[in-house]
Design a protein around this ligand. Structure first.
Ligand SMILES: NC(=O)c1ccc[n+]([C@@H]2O[C@H](COP(=O)([O-])OP(=O)(O)OC[C@H]3O[C@@H](n4cnc5c(N)ncnc54)[C@H](OP(=O)(O)O)[C@@H]3O)[C@@H](O)[C@H]2O)c1
Length: 294
C-alpha cells in the first residue's frame, strides 16, 4: 500500500570499462608486491644455499661468490618490473585515463542535476499539499502541562468536550494506542487513526491502524485539517511538524504521569484566547487558546 519506489543501480559501458581497468591495475600492483616478497625470500635462500649448505662453493666471478651476481640479476629484473608497472605501463596512457575520468564526472553531474530537478518538483508538490492540510494538535493541559494520569483525563470540563467535538467533527483524528484505549468506544463522525508498533492490533470496524505518525499523515493528507488528539507520546512527535495548536489551558497545576510538550513561543504565535470561569459543568477555570506556527 505504501510501496516505496525502487532505485535500480545503473552501470553504463564506460563505468564498466573503468572498473575492469581498475581491477587490472590492482592485480598488477599485487603481482609486483608478490614479486618483491619472493625476491627477498629468494635472495636469503641463495645466500643460505651458498654460505651455509655449500651449493656452488668456490664458484666466483670477478672475485665475488656467484650468489651476489644471481641476486643482482634478480634485483635488476625486479626494478624492470617496478619500472614497467609505475612508469611505462599505465594501461592505455595518462590521457586515456583522464578522458575516462572526465566522462564519468560529466555523467555524474548530469545525474545529480536530474535528481535535483526531481527533488525540487517533489518539494513544491509537497509544499502545495501541506498548504491544503493544516495539521492541528488539540489538547487540554494544566498549567504544568499535565494531560493525564493512569490513562485517564484528570478533570471534567464539559465545554472542553463540546469544543473538541465541534472542532474535530468530520475530520481525521490521529492518536496513540493508549489514548484510543482510554475511550469507551470510537467517537461518531470522525475517522480514527490509531498509531501502534504492534503488528496485529485489533480494532472495531472503521478504525484505521498504522505503525507510524508518517503513515497516519499520509492517510489523512486530503483532509483540510487532520487533528492529532494525543496522548503525550504522539504530541511529542507531532509538535515539530504541526501547523496549529488548539489548547484548553486548565488554570491549575495537576499531579499527572503524562504531559504536553512546552509550547515554545519563539516558534508558536498566539492568535486567539478566551477565558472561562468554572461553573457547575466545568470543574476549573480554563482558557481556549489557539496558536499557529510562526
Ligand atoms: N488532556 C488531553 O487533551 C489528552 C488527550 C489525549 C490523551 N490524553 C491522556 O494521555 C495519556 C495517554 O498518553 P501516552 O503518552 O501514555 O500514550 P499515547 O501517546 O496515547 O500512546 C502511546 C502508544 O502509541 C504508540 N506509539 C507511540 N509512538 C509511536 C511510533 N513512533 N510508532 C508507532 N507507534 C507509536 C505505542 O503503541 P504500542 O505500545 O501499542 O506500540 C505507544 O505505546 C492518557 O492519560 C490520556 O488520558 C490526554
Amino acid at each position: 500500500m505504501f510501496g516505496k519506489s525502487r532505485i535500480t543501480p545503473q552501470i553504463d559501458k564506460d563505468q564498466l570499462e573503468l572498473l575492469k581497468n581498475a581491477q587490472k591495475r590492482i592485480k598488477q600492483k599485487k603481482r609486483l608486491y608478490i614479486h618483491f616478497v619472493i625476491f627477498l625470500i629468494g635472495a636469503v635462500f641463495l645466500i643460505i644455499a651458498n654460505v651455509l649448505i655449500g651449493v656452488g662453493e668456490g664458484v666466483t666471478l670477478f672475485g665475488k661468490d656467484w650468489f651476489v651476481f644471481a641476486i643482482l640479476i634478480w634485483l635488476f629484473l625486479f626494478i624492470y618490473h617496478l619500472f614497467n608497472v609505475f612508469i611505462t605501463h599505465k594501461f592505455m596512457g595518462k590521457a586515456w585515463e583522464e578522458e575516462q575520468l572526465q566522462k564519468l564526472v560529466s555523467k555524474q553531474k548530469e545525474r545529480v542535476g536530474e535528481l535535483g530537478q526531481k527533488l525540487e518538483q517533489e518539494g513544491s508538490r509537497e509544499g502545495l499539499e501541506k498548504k491544503k492540510s493544516e495539521l492541528t494538535l488539540i489538547v487540554a493541559a494544566g498549567e504544568n502541562n499535565a494531560i493525564g494520569k493512569d490513562n485517564k483525563l484528570i478533570w471534567y470540563l464539559s465545554d472542553d468536550l463540546k469544543r473538541f467535538k465541534s472542532l474535530t467533527n468530520d475530520h481525521h483524528i490521529i492518536m496513540g494506542r493508549k489514548t484510543f484505549e482510554s475511550f469507551p468506544k470510537p467517537l461518531p463522525n470522525r475517522i480514527h487513526i490509531v498509531i501502534t508498533r504492534q503488528e496485529n492490533y485489533q480494532v472495531p470496524d472503521g478504525v484505521i491502524v498504522v505503525n507510524s505518525l508518517k503513515e497516519a499523515l499520509a492517510i489523512s493528507k486530503n483532509d483540510s485539517q487532520p487533528f492529532v488528539i494525543g496522548g503525550g507520546e504522539i504530541y511529542k512527535q507531532a509538535i515539530a511538524i504541526a501547523d496549529k495548536i488548539e489548547i484548553t489551558r486548565v488554570h491549575e497545576t495537576f499531579e499527572a504521569d503524562t504531559f504536553f510538550p512546552e509550547i515554545d513561543t519563539t516558534f508558536w504565535k498566539e492568535i486567539a484566547k478566551s477565558f472561562h470561569k468554572k461553573d457547575e459543568n466545568n470543574e476549573h477555570d480554563f482558557s481556549f487558546i489557539t496558536y499557529i506556527r510562526r
